[in-house]
Design a protein around this ligand. Structure first.
Ligand code: NDP
Length: 447
């Protein structure tokens, strides 16, 4: 008999926590999970999944327009936000059910309440109950960061954006990262007037600058407004309920909705980590390669550790934790060549080093590009060009970075990322016969 109530207690039923709980239980561990909000976490409930559905919904605006050039007699179509919103939220409910079922099927006890840490092996639930566990896994994710300035309380974050009662006419988005560019695209397709207020002079920091420039160019041509060097100063609420958004370096921007997309910070507030003596680093839980904190019984995975804030990374970390602690197969996560995407209109896909990073790391590099107008855009009369970029180590020919902005770029990039991860060279790509006609064939035809 164990001296503890559970072998493993997971705080947070998001992507990383659910994977760790399920796999640990399948190895025979007695597992509990506490979740104060909804099972599924940010990705499923108010992140990647509903966002992607909105991206699909938004893209119909272009598809319906383009369809006419392909001979379809499309009557004037109207868009009903409430229908899309409710269908998306219903699917989120369905997915939450599936996640809960997975935990149930694996005999994981789910506490639908907040849990805090009282000591290395002790937790307290919001109901007052104390439980003990041989291991505690913190998988509480991250939380939107809102800058502190007068009137900031009038804005919303990605936590609320999926529930809007009506579509705003004028949207101001603070930030120039993933969420800002993705929601700029979504709202713009829904015919909202969108302005991105970026505190510096750069969007999507970390992505290859040529690809980012292409997105900026296309976004501008679609009617999205950008204000650079425009940090937030003040939000003034007007009598009619609308707002005037004061930003640095220019006239105030009228808005009906302000969205903060200004980064996400590890969700550690009030968790009691200090009571157990868990060390932190820059606001995140500090862990080793096996996701173990400085306290032997406490581990952490996912955004709360701020390694790479991506769902598939959290899932890998959760899996590696379970394999290591309960599966008898110690495993670390390989963070090299993790592919990523921005679901803007059009989307970006990337893996490996940007041109700038590659130059710094390798010195001698070769860059190949393909700058083309996809066939579908040509017939649609849509003047929107795609850009693929391959960065190679000049000495070995090895592909060290691949970047794309194009319709379906994330779908194509996922497959190409296997080749980059495997260390293939430009010659290996060129040895592969093109699949014609496709956009993906540009990958083996780059010059
Ligand atoms: P990002 O880190 O992508 O971008 C944050 C943006 O906010 C940057 O432009 C940053 O500017 C700006 N910013 C930060 N602090 C302030 C401030 N105080 N005032 C004004 N501007 C500020 O964060 P997001 O919120 O867009 O997304 C959070 C994370 O979620 C991402 O990092 C990503 O890991 C994940 N995510 C992934 C998605 C995907 O995979 N497709 C989609 C959505 C989110 P600066 O560049 O100057 O620092």
């Amino acid at each position: 008999m164990s001296d503890y109530d559970f072998d493993l207690f997971v705080i947070g039923a998001g992507s990383g926590g659910v994977r760790a709980a399920r796999v640990s239980a399948s190895y025979g561990a007695k597992v509990a999970v506490a979740e104060e909000y909804r099972v599924g976490g940010t990705c499923v409930i108010r992140g990647c999944v509903p966002k992607k559905m909105l991206v699909y919904g938004a893209h119909f605006a272009e598809d319906l327009k383009d369809a006419r050039r392909f001979g379809w007699n499309v009557p004037d179509c109207t868009f009903d936000w409430n229908v899309l919103r409710d269908n998306v939220l219903a699917d989120v409910d369905r997915l939450e059910g599936l996640y809960t079922q997975t935990l149930d099927n694996n005999k994981v006890t789910v506490f639908r309440e907040r849990a805090t840490i009282e000591g290395p092996n002790t937790l307290r639930l919001a109901s007052g109950q104390t439980v003990t566990a041989k291991y505690i896994l913190v998988a509480t994710g991250a939380w939107p960061q809102v800058p502190d300035f007068p009137g900031a309380e009038h804005g919303i974050t990605s936590n609320e954006v999926f529930h809007l009662e009506t579509l705003p006419k004028r949207v101001v988005i603070f930030g120039g990262g993933y969420i800002a560019n993705e929601f700029a695209g979504i709202f713009n397709e829904f015919s909202c007037n969108v302005t991105l207020a970026v505190r510096g002079d750069q969007i999507l920091r970390g992505y290859d600058s040529q690809i980012v420039d292409r997105l900026l160019h296309i976004s501008l041509s679609k009617g999205i407004n950008f204000r650079f060097n425009a940090p937030p100063e003040r939000i003034e609420k007007l009598e009619d309920g609308s707002m005037l958004v004061h930003v640095g370096g220019g006239a105030p921007i009228p808005a009906d909705m302000v969205l903060f997309a200004t980064g996400r910070v590890p969700n550690v507030k009030g968790l009691g980590l200090d009571k157990a003596g868990v060390e932190m680093a820059r606001g995140a839980i500090k862990v080793d390669g096996y996701s173990k904190t400085n306290v032997d019984s406490i581990y952490a995975v996912g955004d709360v550790t701020d390694r790479i804030q991506l769902t598939p990374v959290a899932i890998r970390e959760g899996q590696a934790f379970a394999d290591t602690v309960f599966g008898g197969t110690p495993r670390t996560v390989d963070y090299g060549n993790v592919p990523s995407a921005v679901f803007s209109h059009p989307p970006i896909g990337a893996v490996g080093l940007s041109e700038g990073e590659a130059r710094n790391s390798y010195g001698n590099i070769k860059v190949y590009t393909s700058d083309f107008r996809p066939m579908k855009n040509v017939l649609a009369g849509r003047n929107e060009r795609s850009l693929y970029k391959m960065i190679c180590d000049a000495d070995s020919g090895k592909v060290v970075g691949l970047h794309m902005i194009s319709p379906d770029a994330p779908e194509i990039l996922q497959a190409a990322a296997i080749a980059v991860k495997a260390g293939l060279t430009k010659a290996d790509f060129d040895d592969t016969v093109a699949l014609h006609p496709s956009m993906a064939e540009e990958l083996v035809l780059m010059r």
